[in-house]
Design a protein around this ligand. Structure first.
Ligand code: PLP
Ligand code: ZN
Length: 412
């Protein structure tokens, strides 16, 4: 395993605490799979499915050889993250009119979002470097996840959270795990810039999406999907896009699987953004050279409310290398899809529903064919945003002052 600058190719020390090179490029973990016995490893991945304790019981560390092969087990902090359901729903399939659709419920992770897949690796790696203080900037899910792992490790965490358009549930969850939360006037992007300036001086381990070890951990999302489907991948993987960590992580994971011969063919990636926060979709669809940040991003899907995603260059490369496409959907379309997913019994937070909304749009535009198959990644849990639920999901609530057979019969 090497740590390399994505911009200029410079190799960094294994114990670097930087996440950015002096050239401005982000860092990337590069593996050497030349000596990996893929058949043997595949058998081991299969055997590890029966583990109930220890790192291999985790849906991330099960694939340790492809994620962080050299990390001694003593540093690993795990809540057996991953291991999430891959569901079929006939209601959703029929509503979209596609041959086959699966929903990968990353919402079932221990802190309620896919951020756990990457965070277990970032915090474990940070511990191996000697850190006991961790920090991030976050719209709420990253901070919840970080706070959970830091607490589990007996360490401290601090989160910078923009006060604009966040979900209170996520802030309260972060605080409940014992983290300190600094709510500030500004956007997610202001938080990122703060670390670019002061990160080193603070001396805390930074666990934002630009942390290359989070990307390594998030690759496990496609490893799990592949293993669940007996290494037969769908035609499409549909993901929501905010900070764009998943485009990079899933794209990278798919390339790993193909390089090792675990899968024959790369699925295509469809990335969906919310219309009010869609700088990456604009970049791709209008063929621009440079990303033009959205100054005041605005969407009901708080997890995607990011106007200046720092890793857009990496994301663009991984999107291209998996013949990916992008689209954007309105908040209305997101809420309509969310209602469909919630009523199917699976449930998710608004950002996750952008996947099904985007899939509907891409089917209508015939970019995705009805005879194809897709996996939508549901990134966050239904209970992550009760404000949105209160605004949209209470049609069937009946307030009756007295409970009597007559009142019940008259109302149902
Ligand atoms: C972080 C997050 C996203 C955005 O993911 P990126 O990989 O950063 O683009 C989407 N949905 C939820 C629920 C999230 O927590
Ligand atoms: Zn560089």
């Amino acid at each position: 395993m090497r740590i390399v600058c994505y911009g200029c190719g410079k190799e960094m020390s294994q114990s670097t605490v930087e996440y950015q090179c002096s050239c401005g490029g982000l860092l990337e973990v590069v593996h050497d799979f030349a000596n990996v016995d893929a058949d043997k490893l595949k058998c081991e991945f299969q055997q590890r499915l029966s583990e109930r304790t220890g790192p291999y019981a985790s849906g991330v560390w099960r694939y340790k050889e492809l994620i962080h092969p050299e990390l001694p087990d003593e540093y690993i902090v795990t809540k057996y993250e991953g291991n999430t359901g891959l569901y079929r729903s006939e209601q959703i399939r029929q509503s979209l009119g596609i041959r086959e659709i699966w929903l990968k419920a990353q919402s079932e992770n221990p802190s309620g979002s896919f951020k756990d897949n990457g965070m277990t690796v970032a915090v474990s790696h940070g511990r191996s470097l000697g850190f006991s203080r961790f920090t991030c900037t976050s719209t709420g899910n990253t901070s919840s996840s970080l706070a959970m792992y830091a607490a589990l490790a007996g360490s401290e965490s601090v989160a910078l959270v923009p006060s604009d358009q966040i979900s209170m549930n996520k802030v309260l969850q972060t605080l409940a795990y014992g983290a300190k939360v600094i709510e500030f006037d500004g956007t997610y992007d202001d938080g990122i810039r703060f670390y670019e300036r002061y990160g080193e001086e603070l001396g805390w381990y930074i666990c934002n999406s630009i942390n290359p070890f989070r990307i390594e951990g998030q690759k496990s999302i496609v490893f799990e999907i592949a293993q669940s489907l007996r290494w037969e991948m769908p035609d499409w993987i549909v993901i929501p896009g905010g900070a764009l960590s998943n485009v990079t992580a899933l794209g990278k994971g798919l390339h790993d699987l193909r390089e090792l011969g675990f899968i024959k063919r790369l699925p295509r990636i469809a990335l969906v953004q919310a219309e009010g926060a869609s700088p990456f979709h604009k970049l791709i669809s209008q063929g621009e050279q440079e990303l033009v940040p959205v100054k005041r991003p605005s969407t009901i899907a708080s997890a995607m409310n990011i106007g200046n995603p720092p890793s857009w260059k990496k994301a663009r490369q991984f999107l291209a290398s998996s013949s990916g496409v992008t689209c954007s959907v309105t908040d209305e379309e997101i809420l309509e899809a969310k209602s469909l997913i919630d009523r199917s019994g699976i449930g998710c937070e608004p950002a996750s529903a952008a996947t099904v909304a985007g899939l509907r749009k891409l089917l209508a535009e015939r970019i995705i064919g009805t005879e194809e198959s897709a996996v939508c990644i549901l990134t966050g849990n239904l209970l992550k945003d009760t404000d949105v639920l209160r605004r949209t999901g209470i049609n069937n609530r009946i307030l009756s002052s007295q409970l009597s057979l007559e009142s019940v019969k008259s109302l149902i």
